[in-house]
Design a protein around this ligand. Structure first.
Ligand SMILES: CC(C)(COP(=O)(O)OP(=O)(O)OC[C@H]1O[C@@H](n2cnc3c(N)ncnc32)[C@H](O)[C@@H]1OP(=O)(O)O)[C@@H](O)C(=O)NCCC(=O)NCCS
Length: 182
């Protein structure tokens, strides 16, 4: 368990699949994601089985928020493309429950994941890709301390248009000096 102020990140469970299927069939949620086709429960079950075969440090984590006495599943996040020679990893996140958008949970989950990347996985550079149209995500990543480092022009095609993809990253040195400043 990775514990935050309002959230916890835990290992995915097979019982999470029905919620994932709902989220990844919602066009408002998938607007910011690579997903572009309708997804069945069987698709997601197959994805889950394949995911279990990948290195454990690259398994996504479920994001839960405490409501009263109950932990509510609202999203997931994780690392992929980890390279331990160059000590870098790519991070991704989705808050699938739209009622929980704009409440600071995405930012808190990303802060926890960045700390996990530096303090547990011993990475030096954490990076991500985000669509230039995804202002909510960009604002959240900037708050975590991600720096804009590049723009892949017309790298994605969504909703009948090409969109630019931004590359953002945070280095261990930047994260450490931000922490030292409090
Ligand atoms: C992107 C996502 C992870 C952000 O999580 P979240 O919990 O909604 O975000 P937060 O509340 O932590 O932060 C969002 C910030 O963006 C701001 N924001 C929201 N809409 C905005 C807009 N259209 N333009 C600019 N800023 C915006 C919010 O006000 C907030 O900033 P503030 O706290 O300074 O006011 C979440 O919305 C999500 O999962 N969306 C769908 C999937 C997705 O796009 N994933 C990211 C793929 S790169």
């Amino acid at each position: 368990m990775i514990n935050g102020e309002h959230l916890r990140l835990r290992a995915l469970e097979r019982s999470d699949i029905p919620l994932f299927v709902r989220w990844f069939n919602d066009p408002e949620v998938t607007d910011g994601l690579l997903t572009y086709l309708p997804l069945s429960t069987s698709d997601e079950e197959r994805w889950f089985d394949e995911m279990l075969k990948t290195p454990p440090d690259q398994h996504p984590l479920s994001i839960e928020v405490l409501e009263g006495e109950k932990w509510v599943l609202i999203g997931n996040c994780g690392y992929q493309n980890i390279d331990y020679r160059c000590r870098l990893g790519e991070i991704g996140i989705v808050i699938g429950e739209k009622a929980y958008w704009n409440k600071g949970y995405g930012t808190e989950a990303m802060r926890l994941m960045v700390r996990h990347g530096f303090e547990t996985l011993n990475l030096n550079r954490v990076f991500l890709h985000v669509y230039a149209t995804n202002q909510r995500a960009i604002q959240s990543y900037e708050k975590v301390g991600f720096v804009h480092e590049g723009r892949l022009r017309q790298d994605m095609y969504k909703n009948g248009a090409y969109i630019d993809v931004l590359v953002m990253s945070i280095l261990r040195s930047e994260w450490e000096s931000a922490r030292a400043k409090g």
